[in-house]
Ligand binder design. Sequence first.
Ligand code: IMP
Length: 189
Amino acid sequence: MPEPCPATPWPVEMQDLARVLIGAEELRERVCALGTQISGDYAGQDLLLVGVLRGVTIFIADLLRAITIPVTVDFIAISSYGPSLQTGGVVRLTKDLEEPIEGRHVLFVEDVIDTGLTLSYLLRTLRARGPASLRTCVLLDKRAHRLIDVDIAYHGFALHDEYVVGYGLDHRQRYRNLPVVGVLKPECY
Ligand code: IMP
């Protein structure tokens, strides 16, 4: 077994947070519980996790390690044409999946759902490729802004309508390395 890492100091940008909404231990416990649940539900099946770069990286890395059945992983990357409210969630795929998903059990993993427009568009795109099943796992669920009903099989935490960073989520590509989910001080937006 590898030696455990020595305790890492907290990132300096923790000082930009006004509030921590979900702590590192709470994240760890919830992600472990999701992994256990998914492992039970997909036992004996060919499970493929599909994540959307880049916000999902930390969550999917932890979720993968909490899954105890055989599993593979693949990623897509998207570039949005603007706020999903204006585009209706239509995005451009800047990186497609490496693997075919036809006939496979796909679990689509997202960091955050807000209006639901982006997720709904991406699910339509994947469904057209004929997976055996297609379900969704979302870490943060902001229900207040939901414009379209998306069936979420697994979700981590419900959040109010606040822009959050950390645990993979960014503001202008920063703060992804914070080990917690939190709200920035107003002067940092
Ligand atoms: P939706 O189409 O409105 O559901 O938007 C979802 C997308 O908006 C997510 O995939 C994120 O990229 C982004 N997003 C929404 N809320 C947040 C947040 O609080 N922090 C970081 N990104 C967010």
